[in-house]
Design a protein around this ligand. Structure first.
Ligand code: C2O
Ligand code: CU
Ligand code: CU
Length: 490
């Protein structure tokens, strides 16, 4: 671990700049400070677009089901997969799946997952957005030893429906482990959601979005803080795939599993996308828009109605969050939808989707300042309230049951951040001093974006479990540079 951490410290020098999110900073290249075996870089403009079908993530089946609980097993292992046509890539996976598998869970039924780590690196499996006891949270220090160690995680599923996902969270390893593939989807449903006649079955499609960088050999090139070279966009594990749809409504559950990239998704004709949900499940009402922005770790649950397109036509999903040093021909493209047939559609998006839980009066307010060194000099770090992460330090003491308002500010001039809390789904009360009354932030959230200079006011209630949980920037490299802290609920 020491050598690994030392190596990552060196990596920090390369990474004092930061995410995409439309920013431009003078380039400090990772190669300048961290020499490594030179792998010739694959020119991703040579990857033909929209020639590979977007795969569906496999749905994991329980090996045992009782009245109360579904039991799953996963083997964490390295496998080779064809991602770029004609090349193979070693990826770190759950059960060999790339894209990672989907667990379908229901509120009120427990899920127990036994994870066996057959990788050569430690791992910790975190269920992002879930309300779980500390020992099943997959916290950074609670690692599963490589070479066959295992751990059983218990997910009580006492929260309402939500769009969750799971990923590696081993301290200082998560950035690389996630980049190399360790993510999966966890769709928690309940009667509130099931009663609606939203598009379902084969018309309800989870899509994980991320970026990647490849060598000419096909292997992934991982360098910490390397946001400007990850120019291939993968949807469900394939670069710029196509996806065949019927001329009807589809529900897509997008998860941004990228390390640092922000997406601003649109249809190429700027037509309507109906956002129906976010991290913590459905919005109170559908949000009709033409832009769906998700920062790393966030989810967007949307409905697109393809009945407005003639059978035989295509429409692209594009990304408008393209930095000045990037190309719209690579990172600006995502998926091509091909409308191949007509289909019966009795799904509906009702005007009211859910009633959110009431907001209890808050009794505690706190301020959090997020900042990272932006000079590009070696040894740059990232801070919450002026401190880098110390796993042994409790930064925030919370009384069990308390409702608190947290004001979180991004004090950087160039670097975008976001803010993620474990254990809770929170509400966004205000953004930049303006009350949040409409749009995608009206639902339950566990991760919020903070562009440079932005401030959000969040409200959370800390019940259910006592223990120590982290909150952090979900741009994984920033977390590894110190932008993470501990809260203790007791
Ligand atoms: Cu998605 Cu602490 O993480
Ligand atoms: Cu999380
Ligand atoms: Cu950050």
């Amino acid at each position: 671990m020491i050598t690994r951490r030392t190596a990552l410290r060196a990596g920090v020098a390369a990474t004092s700049i930061v995410g995409t999110g439309g920013m431009l900073l003078p380039a400090v290249t990772a190669t300048a400070t961290e020499p490594r075996a030179a792998a010739a870089e694959l020119d991703v403009t040579g990857i033909a677009k929209f020639t590979q079908r977007m795969p569906l993530a496999p749905v994991l089946q329980p090996y045992l089901t009782t009245n109360t609980t579904s039991y799953y097993r996963m083997d964490l292992k390295e496998v080779s997969r064809e991602i770029v046509p004609g090349l193979t890539t070693r990826v770190r996976t759950f059960n060999g799946s790339f894209p990672g598998p989907v667990i379908k869970a229901e509120s009120g039924r427990r899920v127990v997952v036994r994870q066996t780590n057959s990788l050569s690196v430690p791992t910790s499996i975190h269920l992002h957005g879930a309300h779980v006891p500390q020992d099943s949270d997959g916290s950074p220090m609670d690692v599963i030893a490589p070479g066959g160690g295992s751990k059983t995680y218990t997910y009580p599923n006492t929260q309402p429906h939500a769009n969750l996902w799971f990923h590696d969270h081993a301290h200082h390893m998560e950035s690389e482990n996630v980049f190399r593939g360790m993510t999966g989807t966890y769709l928690l449903t309940d009667d509130i959601e099931r009663r609606l006649r939203l598009p379902s079955g084969s018309y309800d499609i989870p899509i994980s979005l991320r970026d990647a960088r490849f060598a000419t050999t096909g292997e992934l090139i991982y360098e910490m803080g390397d946001f400007h070279n990850r120019n291939a966009i993968l949807a469900n594990g394939k670069p710029w795939p196509y996806f065949e749809v019927s001329a009807r409504k589809y529900r897509f559950r997008f998860t941004n599993t990228a390390n640092q990239r922000f997406f601003d998704l649109r249809l190429a004709d700027d037509s309507e996308i109906v956002q129906i949900g976010t991290d913590g499940g459905l919005l109170p009402a559908p949000h009709r828009t033409n832009t769906v922005a998700i920062s790393p770790g966030e989810r967007a649950d949307v409905v697109i109605d393809f009945s407005r397109y003639p059978v035989g036509s295509t429409i692209e999903l594009v990304n408008k969050d393209v930095a000045p040093f990037e190309s719209a021909d690579t990172v600006g493209k995502v998926i091509q939808f091909r409308i191949t047939r007509s289909a019966y559609d009795n799904s509906v998006v009702p005007a009211t989707l859910r009633t959110l839980p009431p907001l209890p009066a808050a009794t505690v307010t706190r301020d959090f300042d997020m900042r990272m060194d932006e000079t590009g000099s070696p040894g740059s770090q990232a801070y919450i309230n002026g401190k880098t992460y110390d796993m042994d330090r409790i930064d925030t003491e919370i009384a069990y049951g308390a409702t608190e308002i947290w004001t979180v500010k991004n004090s950087n001039k160039f670097a975008p951040h976001n803010f993620h809390m474990h254990l809770v789904q929170f509400r966004v009360l205000e953004r930049n001093g303006q009350p949040v009354t409409a749009g995608s932030e009206t639902g339950l959230k566990d991760t919020v974006p903070l562009k440079p200079g932005e401030t959000v006011k969040l409200q959370a209630t800390f019940t259910g479990y006592r223990g120590t949980y982290v909150y952090h920037c979900h741009l994984f490299d920033h977390g590894a540079m110190g932008m993470m802290a501990n809260m203790r609920i007791s």
